[in-house]
Structure formats: structure tokens, C-alpha cells
Write a protein that binds this ligand. Structure first.
Ligand code: IGP
Length: 262
């Protein structure tokens, strides 16, 4: 069994358990549920740099990346660096994240926040809104076309932006629909962990221009972004490259300065 299948099995167990403990109605009472969201896709469209910076403690491909950085410091650091949005892993088992991380980031910055999660149930979308997320990730590799439609339409009804992630042509063809805001190409194969920026280059022409194109994973230099921009990418999701340093906010600041040619 590949790692992605394993993650999804564990996620289904986790969500089913939680559903019994916390009814959806409880989430709808939380203050963030009724709050206005900030659009990540609009920010990316208007930006010259387009960085979405991620908070990630560990990953199945790299084990520990950073187990000392505090999410509040990183949120403030990323905001001061001028990123367009912050991505926060809320999966605990494989990525060492939590919903608390997202809520702490929400309390400490005004950035659009992307809930980075393996979403397989509408429950997690309600949860995302209730903890203060502005956008959700949907991963085509683990969803049917009907689920992508159902989940993205629910997200839109809650004013959440939707980033749909693909890794190959079949996933892309299955996914294109008007309820998505951003189309993300993951340069990392979630089943084998192989990374190649060529995936973004190959798939870009197949993504209609009405979606904001985002290139995800394995981006570790300004040159990589300059290479991807001519393919129409407006968003760049960067995790490890910032998180592996002692001060993720400071490395994002330097990165954005270099990218903007300052
Ligand atoms: O740390 P990187 O290589 O810069 O990658 C960030 C982000 O793209 C990656 O964490 C990611 C992309 N899609 C995902 C889906 C689930 C978990 C994680 C991810």
C-alpha cells in the first residue's frame, strides 16, 4: 500500500471518531464560523511574487523538518515578509500539525490561511471555516469527480477559496470545474515522494486561464520561480525551504527580496 492510501485510511478513522464526539452544529456556533474570509486567489492574482509559505513540522518524506519553531512567530514572520498567504498542515499523525496551529496563526496574523489537510468529508470543510481558515486544499488523487464538485461547492457557499491539487493529466481532466479558484500542480508525487518541477511545466498548458495556477513543492530557489513564471504560474507554495531554517520568517523575507529584485 502506498503512503497516500495509508493516510486516507487513517483520516477516515479520525474523522468518523470526531463526528461522534463533536457534532457539526458545535462548529457552526464558533465565532470564526460567521466571520468574513480573505481571498487567497485574489491576492495571488494581484501579486508580483505570489508566495504561499507553509508551516510544516515534519512530513512522511523528510521526517523532522522543524520541531522548535512556534507557529505564532512564523505567522508574524511570514506576514512581515510579504507573503500572499500561509499554508498550515493540520494533520497530526504524518505532519505533526493540528487545528490549534491554524487557530494560533489566525490570532496572530491577517494573512489568508490555507487549511492543508487530507479532506475526504464535508465535516472537515465546516471545521476549516470554524477555526478561521480562508481556503481549503482538495487533492484530486484521493477524491472522485462527484466529491470534488460537492466539496468545492460547499466551500464556496462558506466563502472559502478552493485550491485543487493535481499531479497528472488524468487528475486534471477529472477536476476542472467552475467551483474551483486555484489549480495547484504538486511537483511531488504523494505516492513515491519523487519531485520534479517538470510536472508544473508539462501540465500548465492544460489548465484554463480562469484559474490561478499554483506550483507546489520542491521549490527551493528564486531561479525555480523565474523558470515557472513564463508557464503562467502566479502562486508558489513553499514549505521545507523556509521551515528547515532556524527562522522561517527571516528566510521568507530574504527570498521575497531576492525575487522582487530588491
Ligand atoms: O515543503 P515543500 O517541498 O516546499 O512543499 C510544500 C507543499 O507543497 C507540500 O507540503 C504539499 C503539497 N501538497 C500537499 C498535500 C498534503 C500534504 C503536503 C502537501
Amino acid at each position: 500500500m502506498n503512503i497516500l492510501d495509508k493516510i486516507v485510511i487513517d483520516k477516515r478513522k479520525e474523522v468518523n471518531l470526531k463526528k461522534e464526539l463533536i457534532p457539526i452544529k458545535a462548529y457552526e456556533q464558533l465565532p470564526y464560523f460567521g466571520m468574513k474570509t480573505r481571498s487567497l486567489s485574489k491576492k495571488l492574482r494581484a501579486s508580483q511574487t505570489g508566495i504561499i509559505a507553509e508551516f510544516k513540522r515534519k512530513s512522511p518524506s523528510k521526517s523532522i523538518i522543524n520541531d522548535t519553531a512556534l507557529v505564532e512567530d512564523v505567522a508574524i514572520g511570514y506576514e512581515n515578509a510579504g507573503v500572499c498567504g500561509m499554508s498550515i498542515l493540520t494533520d497530526e499523525i504524518y505532519f505533526g500539525g493540528s487545528m490549534d496551529d491554524l487557530m494560533i496563526a489566525r490570532e496572530n496574523c491577517e494573512l489568508p490561511l490555507l487549511r492543508k489537510e487530507f479532506i475526504i468529508d464535508e465535516y472537515q470543510i465546516i471545521e476549516a471555516k470554524a477555526i478561521g481558515a480562508d481556503a481549503i486544499l482538495l487533492i484530486a488523487a484521493i477524491l472522485t469527480k462527484a466529491e470534488i464538485k460537492q466539496f468545492s461547492e460547499l466551500a464556496k457557499s462558506l466563502n472559502l477559496d478552493v485550491l485543487l491539487e493535481v499531479h497528472n493529466e488524468d487528475e486534471l481532466h477529472k477536476s476542472i470545474m467552475p467551483s474551483l479558484d486555484m489549480l495547484g500542480v504538486n511537483n511531488r508525487n504523494l505516492k513515491t515522494f519523487e519531485v520534479s518541477l517538470d510536472i508544473s511545466k508539462q501540465l500548465s498548458a492544460l489548465i484554463p486561464n480562469d484559474f490561478v495556477k499554483v506550483s507546489e513543492s520542491g521549490i527551493s530557489s528564486v531561479d525555480a520561480i523565474k523558470e515557472l513564471q513564463p508557464y503562467g504560474y502566479k502562486g508558489f507554495l513553499i514549505g521545507e525551504n523556509f521551515m528547515k531554517t532556524g527562522n522561517p520568517g527571516a528566510s521568507a523575507t530574504q527570498f521575497i527580496k531576492d525575487l522582487a529584485g530588491l
